[in-house]
Design a binder for this molecule. Sequence first.
Ligand code: HEC
Length: 189
Amino acid sequence: MADGKDSRTDRLLEHEYDGITEYDNPMPRWWLLTFAGTVIFSVVYVFNVGPVGNGKGRIADYEAEMAAAAALVPPTPTAVDPSQLLAMAKDEEAVEEGEEVFTTYCASCHGPDGGGLIGPNLTDNMWIHGGAPESVYKTIAEGVLAKGMPPWEKSLKPEQMTSVTAYVLSLAGSSPTNPKAPEGEPYTP
Ligand code: HEC
């Protein structure tokens, strides 16, 4: 052609809408290559991922990731260290914190000084469920639902659980104003 242009390009199509005309030029090479690339990638992708390909699949991947994360977090101890509880029972600050928890959540059933109301006397050496530190902790944590003692493990924070246990242990030998008659078996440390 006289202007040097390829005869295959810049050829006007025959239609015209509202004065708009268009060429029928091929897509640029870079665009076609990119497009072909995405098609090839999609095939590779399908065969690498998921139940379709040779990957493990997103559910297995999710479970593997969750297991790895769980391995990083130490499991919450259900068993507490008895000697730590005993030490806390002698620690003024811990006992004070425990008393606050006790006044809020426990006094309604065990009396404001632990002497017992609906619930048993917690100041004597007689225990229905054991008076060892870990037994007292366990009773508080798991409760005795059938007998009207709620479980506290889920509603109290771990530090509230240990401090209220320490407070209960610190009550040993105290003289409540209106003590309930002893129940259970004697416990001697
Ligand atoms: C709704 C009433 C109620 C509340 C609130 C309650 N308790 Fe009790 N608790 C009981 C009853 C009833 C028992 C006796 C269970 C039995 O007979 O087996 C008991 C038993 C216990 C025992 C075991 C006593 C033993 O002799 O073995 C401990 C320790 C105890 N409670 C601590 C607590 C603490 C700490 C709280 C507060 C965080 C609390 N309780 C809140 C009713 C209650």
